[in-house]
Ligand binder design. Structure first.
Ligand code: AMP
Ligand code: MG
Length: 266
């Protein structure tokens, strides 16, 4: 199974059954083995990405609380040289950030050519959160979609390959994971009371995500909805999509200068 990019309303499935898709019929070991093949390949290709110097890769991770964004970063990029990858976690904007346009803090974190950048949450929070809390009107959200599409198009034209993943977790699985954060002392620190507030707004978030997915999945910056209840399935699907996209970049080591090759080392 491969993830397909979101293309229009009919390809957006955000019900519980879409979250619980599992690839375990092959057995867990087989699944982990396949994932390792792709994560290793991502590590190799990042090296070529850097040597090649023409492109950057930007991976955007969105999803509700406990949907597995942190785990995805840990699992999918495990074989990448830490020098070649920058992860940015976007929190609620600071006072200074709020005084600027919503893309100000985002643009500066876009990876330079040669690098992989991962956004753990992103500029999409600036449509989701204010829409759910009714801080902006529908027409304001539409304007933001247009700004985001233009911004991402500009990045793509400058060599940034963009892949966006919405980690889709079911209501029941989120409950299990939030409960774990309360009962497991090594996870207590992750629990925040306002996660429960967001959980109460489940349907409003679903609606807001639907809007984002419908209006901002483009040829140059596609969205993928990832079934995220089963973690090994999530990791395999994301790793494969990223590895395939990097293969498609036809990266190459730059040819050596003949004058350099003719040099003799004494
Ligand atoms: P976490 O990812 O669990 O560390 O939580 C980060 C929190 O910051 C989440 O509740 C996000 O919704 C919030 N956040 C991130 N970006 C924004 C934004 N642009 N506007 C409002 N809240 C945001
Ligand atoms: Mg929250």
């Amino acid at each position: 199974m491969k993830l397909a990019p979101v293309r229009g309303k009919d390809s957006i499935h955000l019900g519980d059954s879409a979250a619980s898709v599992s690839l375990h019929h092959d057995g867990s070991d087989a699944l982990a083995e396949k994932t390792a093949k792709y994560t290793d390949r991502i590590g190799e290709l990042q090296r070529v990405l850097y040597a090649d110097g023409r492109f950057a890769l930007l991976v955007v991770l969105q999803g509700r609380d406990a949907s597995g964004k942190d785990g995805t970063v840990r699992k999918v990029f495990c074989a990448v040289n830490p020098q070649g990858c920058v992860v940015t976690s976007f929190k609620a904007p600071t006072e200074l950030e709020k005084q600027h346009d919503f893309l100000w803090r985002v643009h500066v974190q876009v990876p330079p050519r040669g690098m992989i950048g991962v956004f753990n949450r992103s500029h999409y929070e600036d449509v989701l959160v204010p829409r759910v809390h009714k801080l902006i009107k529908k027409s304001d959200a539409s304007a933001r979609y247009a700004h985001i599409n233009a911004f991402e198009e500009m990045l793509a034209a400058n060599g940034v390959v963009i892949l966006k993943f919405m980690l889709h977790v079911s209501r029941d699985e989120q409950k299990v994971r939030l409960q774990e954060r309360l009962s497991d002392e090594t996870k207590n620190w992750k629990f925040r009371a306002d996660d429960l507030d967001d959980r109460k707004r489940w349907d409003a978030y679903t609606k807001a995500y639907r809007g984002v997915l419908e209006h901002t999945s483009t040829a140059h910056a596609p969205w993928y909805i990832v079934p995220a209840d089963d973690k090994p399935t999530r990791d395999l699907l994301i790793a494969r999509t990223i590895a395939d996209a990097m293969e498609d970049m036809t990266l190459r080591y730059p040819p050596a200068d003949p004058a350099v090759l003719a040099l003799e080392i004494t």
